[in-house]
Design a protein around this ligand. Structure first.
Ligand SMILES: Cc1cc2nc3c(=O)[nH]c(=O)nc-3n(C[C@H](O)[C@H](O)[C@H](O)COP(=O)(O)OP(=O)(O)OC[C@H]3O[C@@H](n4cnc5c(N)ncnc54)[C@H](O)[C@@H]3O)c2cc1C
Length: 379
């Protein structure tokens, strides 16, 4: 192994997988996470086959399957809630299912356990303060009451999400997230009986997705175009807008409006993207996951790409004879898949909301199952 000490900034999905994959190979890993322990943002997550392959690689496949619900198909519904079609998901030969759906806090619990069991050290409520790099390493100081002592690392990984401070450290404000013109409204609720797999339906320019999760829970996401971001919405205001949107659907979907109460922990946010038009690293500092290529959620592949970034990086650091060689091969392996997900997801988003450009339609000539089948190929 060409690195012996690595810092991971960001203890989210990608960062914890990177920490586990590296610590299992004998690397000393520190993870700094800005949020306090036990605080996870978001409701649920779909893990397609390629994400499950990465879970298997770091030894947590059984644990994530136990925490979630599995399905080999999506279901499209009509605006009145009746079934329109089933969309099969590609199978991955070495896996028992094509997709897993689970609560984000459950996934983070599994990944946190795996990272600490592998020997990684987790520091919550902390972050890097200064980074000084030379040819052989990076000297880092930290902020936060329980932060690690200042130290020197062979490599620093920025899995610090869409508003990455390490991305800013490397590239300034050149790659700030940009608005896509669409927003997403989310809420968790007990799982309706009709939601035994991911179900989605479109009415006008509004898309509803319902995802069954482990523990009898589910989450509902509504995506709609928006001319400008609504700042400072309260939870009851978000819930009221969700109820109005659900009212555009008939049948059991429309009736879900009654379950979105003012007390629901409904969330709202614009859909943003991050696209770097250069390598995701400089010297011994890199960004990965949402920090490098945040995407719209239409293929349910954002976190899958983050975990692929993490396991492929560990593979290349093990295989290569120098850090520059490892990072070069890593980036060349990652860019085609991450860029396909980003371009295809954005094209799908615009098409579903009636705003497709000619290049979107050209890309979408590859049907969704075929695009997913491409991603189900080994990374
Ligand atoms: C509505 C919606 C639905 C989605 N559904 C899916 C899905 O079904 N399947 C899927 O694969 N993807 C999905 N995604 C995408 C997925 O959520 C992200 O791609 C994924 O979380 C990215 O992982 P990450 O580790 O790169 O970043 P994150 O999960 O955002 O983790 C970043 C971590 O870094 C921490 N951090 C930030 N700044 C600092 C700092 N300065 N110092 C220390 N720590 C810091 C944060 O607190 C956070 O814990 C969805 C996204 C949205 C918006």
């Amino acid at each position: 192994m060409i690195v012996s000490r690595v810092l991971v900034q960001g203890g989210g999905i990608g960062g914890l997988v990177a920490a586990t994959a590296l610590a299992r190979r004998g690397v000393e890993v520190d993870v700094v996470e800005r949020r306090p322990a036990d605080s996870v943002l978001g409701v649920g997550l779909i893990q397609p086959g390629n994400a499950l392959r990465a879970m298997k690689e770091i030894g947590v496949l059984d644990a994530v399957l136990l925490a979630g619900r599995q399905a080999d198909e999506l279901r499209m519904i009509n605006p009145d809630g009746t079934v329109l079609a089933g969309v099969p998901l590609p199978s991955v030969p070495e896996l028992p299912t094509s997709s897993n759906m689970l609560q984000r806090r459950e996934l983070c619990r599994v990944l946190l356990d795996a990272a600490t069991a592998a020997g990684a050290r987790l520091y919550h409520a902390s972050s890097s303060a200064t980074l000084r790099e030379d040819d052989d390493g990076v000297d880092v100081t930290f902020t936060g009451e329980a932060a690690p002592a200042a130290g020197r690392y062979d490599l620093v990984l920025g899995f610090d999400g869409i508003r990455s401070t390490l991305r800013r450290h490397l590239f300034g404000d050149r790659y700030a997230p940009h608005l896509t013109g669409f927003s997403v409204w989310r809420v968790g609720m007990p799982c309706p009986p009709e939601v035994d797999r991911t179900v989605y339906g479109i009415v006008g320019d509004l898309k509803a997705t319902l995802v069954p999760l482990g523990g009898g829970e589910s989450y509902l996401a509504l995506i709609a175009p928006e001319e400008s971001v609504q700042h400072g919405l309260t939870a009851p205001e978000i819930a009221a807008q969700m109820r109005a949107m659900l009212g555009k659907f008939g049948g059991w979907v429309g009736e879900l409006a009654e379950r979105v109460s003012d007390e629901s922990s409904a969330a709202y946010g614009p859909i943003e993207q991050v696209s770097l038009d250069e390598r995701w690293y400089r010297g011994r500092i890199l960004v990965a996951g949402d920090a490098a290529h945040a995407t719209s959620p239409h293929m349910a592949q954002g976190a899958a790409m983050a975990v692929e970034d993490a396991v492929v990086l560990a593979q290349e650091l093990e295989r290569a004879t120098s850090v520059p060689e490892a990072l070069d091969t890593w980036w060349n392996r990652r860019i085609p898949r991450a860029s396909l997900v980003q371009r295809y997801s954005a094209a799908l988003m615009r098409k579903e909301q009636g705003q497709a450009a000619p290049e979107d339609l050209e890309l979408l000539e590859m049907p969704f199952p075929q695009a997913q089948a491409l991603l189900a190929q080994p990374y």
